[in-house]
Design a protein around this ligand. Sequence first.
Ligand code: F6P
Length: 386
Amino acid sequence: MPTPTKRIGVLTGGGDCPGLNAVIRAVAKSAIFDHGWEVMGIEDGFLGLIEDRLRPLAPCDVSGILTLGGTILGASNKADPARFPVGYNADGEPVFENRTQECLDTLARHDLDTIVVIGGDGTMTCANNFVEHGVNFVGVPKTIDNDLVGTDITFGFSTAVQTATEAIDRLHTTAMSHHRVMIVEVMGRNAGWIALHAGVASGSDVILLPEIEYDLATINDFVIERAKYGRRFSLICISEGAKPKGGKQVVNKIDPTSPDPIRLGGIGDQLAIDIERCTDIETRAVTLGHVIRGGSPVAADRVMATEFGHKAIELIADGETNRLVVVQGGVVTHAPLMASADKQRLVPLGDPTIAAARAVGTCFGDIPAHLPAPPHAGCKTTGACH
Ligand code: F6P
């Protein structure tokens, strides 16, 4: 067995996302099979570097994980080594310490050449703080939110959309049977990609995005008019970041120890109360929350994750470090490590998916939408069609 020429590390930071294990597998197998390198898995994101929790990853350790949700390495979205929360002071404010040196000691102890960091912009910012210390990184972007600048799409997004769509399809039957308005709230932070795509795929009657402030009266008129045309139910897909005109986003929790302190959530429940009060139509809300972050990645995410993991290893082999693997125009390529940091790729108002949805009668809560055609003579519709 020849002596490995390089030892690399791999970690998953931030929230989990379907496809993380597929990247870990591709990173480890490409490094071992193509180059004969050694691969160390770093546990719980940057926390594993602070606490020196690393384990070797052999091909057998990453075999059979392609289809698994979550991450076999564990993740942490609070372990920023430069600002590590260690408790609270007497005023209840969080106290932070800089644990960068412990990470540098761990890296030296394990003689790691380069770390593949799989994460969102917070994780890339953590990695970037080490670059001045001479540590090499290659970033692999992930998020179900699909809001990273510099890449056309992120793995995990398609799975989240699929799961949300299946959930809305199931709620459709209850909405129809009970002649209700059913509201489904989906994650996505300040970007409405998940709500837009799950909303269109499920034929939701109303789609509410953070990018388009809604007018309650427009939604109320729409569901009432639909009922007059025989559609005695309406499905509303709302993004957790959506808000009414002149209103504020609903914050579920503020966690000052997290690099991403604001947790959105609750707008669906609030909208349900508003619609029922104004229309007298029974209205229920369901929040899908983390359900759409779990489960097995869909085929497209497995493929993308495998390509991203392999590309990360190719970059290291070519001496291209402190780069971010991205897909641009359908081609897997690379950009600066910080290409996506501190920015968000929001849904543009001219997005073709919005135009297509409006054309088929979807209401975005801003302006009146096309109404369903009245049933024609002999029409067999039960009100189930859109
Ligand atoms: O960024 C992914 C995401 O799932 C967002 O859609 C959501 O707002 C947030 O993370 C939830 O974070 P947490 O898992 O820390 O509650």
